[in-house]
Write a protein that binds this ligand. Structure first.
Ligand SMILES: NC(=O)c1ccc[n+]([C@@H]2O[C@H](COP(=O)([O-])OP(=O)(O)OC[C@H]3O[C@@H](n4cnc5c(N)ncnc54)[C@H](O)[C@@H]3O)[C@@H](O)[C@H]2O)c1
Length: 333
């Protein structure tokens, strides 16, 4: 009998990482999951997973900024998924050094561990923010990189290191570049939980930043399947390559609020909060994905429409036990 493959996941306790952990277990993997070391011994969203999932998950506290911690996580793994990152754009204006430490040096530590241990595959996580405002649409992987925030710059730094390790050492790395992802467990730093959370808390006047930018929103279970697709595809299809993951759809923040109002059956007014506006040259005005490369290489396609995903997300956030985990009354950065 062959034992189940072991996947090592950084950022496993976070939003996408916890869904990826579930998807890996559902597809027959064991998971060694890193939750960032903290004094509460909190395992983040992993604590909420069903016990039959957790039976297949070994949770370790660690930090991607520490090379030994990463090496311990990856030791013996058949595949590594590197999702750990600082992700909020507003906080990257305030704390850029920690973004470089986590997103650049942390990625370097993961690449070094993969190289030293001979890990057969690494899936590195990029972001559509590295493209900046679209110059051509839909955005293919050949679109120029234009980093408009310290967050985007730090993620692009990690991407470039991943590319360089493949070129220099043959490190078997695949880069997945998700466009905006949404769903249950997302933090209120992102726009969809911000709106749904305020509605679920009984507000009908929603406080937001700029309503004009457009985004391509992918439901989190589809994003998790995209990770699995590049993590398990034949090496010659994916290794050394970068793949967009997005739906090809596009909606402005203003229209998104109206759609959420419709899905949640709540008439909404929007109040612009100047504290939430980004410096004009830093705001990414338009993102829409061309994921043809991913579909061609792996067969991946999104399964949920935006409306279906919003309805599922709204149901989850309106459960009082889930909403109680959030601070809906403040601007979460
Ligand atoms: N959410 C999106 O729309 C989106 C879109 C594109 C790319 N991404 C990327 O997907 C990945 C996951 O993002 P998410 O939305 O789930 O965010 P998240 O904040 O929920 O998850 C990130 C996780 O990384 C962990 N982490 C941070 N610093 C760490 C450190 N020093 N050591 C170990 N762990 C650390 C955090 O504790 C957190 O659980 C990130 O790499 C992000 O850049 C997200």
């Amino acid at each position: 009998m062959t034992s189940a493959p072991l996947a090592a996941v950084t950022g496993a306790e976070g939003f996408i990482g916890s869904h990826l952990t579930e998807a890996l277990v559902a597809s027959g993997h064991r998971v060694r999951a890193m939750a960032q070391y903290n004094s509460f011994s909190s395992y983040g969203w992993l604590e909420t997973l069903p016990s039959d999932v957790l039976d297949q998950v070994e949770i370790v506290l660690g930090d991607v900024r520490d090379p030994g911690s990463v090496r311990g996580l990856l030791d013996g793994a058949d595949c590594a998924y590197h999702l750990a990152a600082l992700i909020a754009i507003p906080y990257s204006y305030q704390a850029p050094h920690s973004y470089v430490d986590t997103n650049v040096t942390g990625t370097l530590n993961v690449l070094e561990a993969v190289r030293a241990l001979g890990t057969p595959r690494l899936v590195h996580t990029s972001t559509s923010e590295t493209y900046g405002t679209a110059r051509t649409v839909p955005i293919t992987e050949d679109h120029p990189i234009n980093t408009q925030s310290p967050y985007a710059a730090s993620k692009a730094g990690g991407d470039r290191l991943a590319d360089s390790y493949h070129a220099s050492f043959g490190t078997p790395v695949v880069t997945l570049r998700p466009f905006n992802t949404f769903g249950p467990r997302q933090s209120m730093r992102a726009v969809i939980p911000t709106v749904i959370g305020q509605v679920a808390a009984g507000q009908r006047t929603i406080t937001l930043g700029d309503l004009r930018p457009t985004r391509d929103f992918t439901f989190v279970e589809d994003t998790a399947r995209a990770f699995l697709a590049v993590g398990t595809a034949a090496a010659e299809q994916v290794v050394g390559r970068t793949f967009n993951a997005g739906t090809g759809g596009e909606i402005s923040v203003g229209d998104l609020v109206a759609l959420i109002g419709k899905v949640m059956d709540a008439p909404l007014d929007v109040q612009e909060d100047s504290a939430r506006l980004r410096p004009a040259a830093s705001e990414v005005m338009r993102l829409v994905a061309d994921a043809t490369r991913l579909t061609t290489a792996t067969g991946w396609r999104p399964a949920s429409t935006l409306e279906e995903g919003l309805a599922r997300t709204a149901r989850w956030f309106t459960d009082p036990a889930n909403l109680a985990r959030y601070k809906t009354g403040i601007y979460n950065i």
